[in-house]
Design a protein around this ligand. Structure first.
Ligand code: GTP
Length: 418
């Protein structure tokens, strides 16, 4: 091969090399253009308009995207950090103060028994009207007197008072000779009144006095009795009686065995604007009672009513605890009333309860509930005899103002009718 031929050969190879390089560059450019295009396609779509009520979670960063720059904040020492407790609470935006329940105005207490006498008359006909019918018989033979006796016993008057009454009636009827219905009514009225007693002090004592430290102390009333007799209801109704008479009342929910009892009492209190002092469920009843009187003193209240647990008289420990409640309350000063609540429908069983309660605390008054639901009104006589303590209030229904001061005359009139 000549040198010229060799050179020409070399030039051809160079041309091929240059061509190959040009093709490679073009190919590279095309490939890189495709990559850029595909990256552009991967960009996130524009964010949807944000909704005002729903807060969207932050979008997660994708691979290849740069992280958001962090805010540059100087590092603070622990002393410089404001603790949340030191911050002023944000101004409340919702004016949602629950409205205080409307305060009720209880019915006046004077003459309540007269107003409610229809409740008594309905259920007591066996006693009053039954006696009148028997006494009106033309011949008052032994059989009739026995029927009179049975009527009194059935009405729970009790054996001894029944015998006394029958004895006196026999004597007076004999002296009277002929009997007009009016005379008989007057005679029976007088004898029943004598049996019930018109002289006893039936006032519920709630006068304020002087506490152990010489401070003014509200009148303190303890309400005791077995579960279900209507004790809590009676405490609530009594609060209304007092409020109706213009007194301010604090309630003590010392029935800590049953949380619902405290709720029940509080509801009664709220209806007449009386504060209720309560403790933890199962807590010490004596301490709740103590706190209630303390609160009453602090508030300058007129009366503190303490509702106690309806302990069963068979449980000696619980009964002892009732004595403790009274002793602890007395650290503030005297307890003015201890009212025993008895369910008139339980008859003789109520007398057993009365006896046991009287052993633990000095009962000063009796509240007979549910007299509207029984013909056994004679229990008024029996229980007074048993305890030597007067009936001071009677319950004549489930209504808020169905608790009446006990008035013997109105009671007897309701029994025998006018
Ligand atoms: N008919 C009638 N029902 C009454 C009277 N007094 C209370 N009651 C009802 O008797 C039931 C029991 O009353 P409460 O006050 O819960 O009885 P309690 O003795 O406190 O019982 P605990 O709270 O379980 O200790 C309730 O349904 C009252 O409405 C009343 O004079 N007449």
């Amino acid at each position: 091969m000549t040198a010229r031929a060799a050179l020409a050969d070399t030039g051809g190879v160079m041309e091929q090399v240059i061509l190959a390089v040009v093709i490679a560059v073009i190919a590279l450019a095309a490939v890189s253009g495709l990559v850029i295009g595909s990256r552009k396609k991967k960009r996130l779509p524009p964010a949807p308009p944000s909704s005002p009520s729903v807060t969207a979670p932050p979008a997660e960063p994708h691979v290849g995207e740069e992280a958001e720059p962090t805010l540059e904040e100087p590092r603070r020492t622990i002393e410089e950090v404001d603790l949340p407790v030191t911050e002023a609470p944000p101004a409340p935006t919702v004016p949602a103060q629950p409205e205080a329940p409307a305060i009720e105005v209880p019915e006046p207490t004077a003459g309540r028994l007269v107003r409610l006498r229809a409740r008594l008359a309905r259920s007591q006909t066996t006693l009053g009207k039954g006696l009148l019918t028997l006494l009106s018989r033309e011949h008052l033979d032994e059989e009739t007197w026995e029927e009179i006796e049975d009527t009194l016993l059935t009405a729970d008057v009790g054996v001894a008072p029944t015998q006394e009454l029958v004895e006196r009636l026999r004597e007076r009827v004999r002296v009277l000779g002929t009997r007009s219905p009016e005379e008989l009514r007057g005679l029976l009225r007088a004898e029943l009144l004598q049996l019930i007693g018109t002289e006893a002090d039936r006032t519920v004592h709630t006068e304020s006095g002087v506490g152990v430290n010489g401070e003014e102390k509200p009148g303190v009333v303890m309400v005791v009795g077995v579960n279900g007799t209507g004790k809590t209801t009676t405490t609530g109704k009594l609060a209304r009686v007092l409020v109706a008479d213009g007194k301010s009342v604090v309630l003590g929910a010392a029935d800590t065995f049953r949380a619902a009892a405290a709720d029940q009492l509080q509801t009664w209190g709220e209806r007449v604007g009386a504060r209720t002092v309560r403790g933890p469920e199962g807590g010490d009843p004596a301490s709740v009672a103590f706190d209630a009187v303390k609160e009453g003193i602090a508030e300058g209240a007129d009366v503190v009513l303490v509702d106690t647990a309806g302990r069963l008289h068979t449980k000696t420990g619980l009964m002892d605890e009732l004595g403790k409640v009274k002793r602890v309350v007395e650290k503030h000063g005297a307890v003015d009333e201890v009212l025993l609540v008895l369910d008139a429908t339980t008859g003789q069983n109520g007398l057993v309860q009365a006896r046991v309660f009287a052993e633990v605390v000095d009962i000063t008054g009796i509240v007979l509930t549910k007299l509207d639901g029984t013909a056994k009104g004679g229990i008024v006589v029996a229980v007074q005899r048993e305890l030597g303590v007067p009936v001071k209030l009677v319950g004549l229904g489930e209504g808020a103002d169905d608790l009446a001061p006990f008035e013997p005359e109105a009671f007897v009139d309701a029994l025998i009718g006018d």
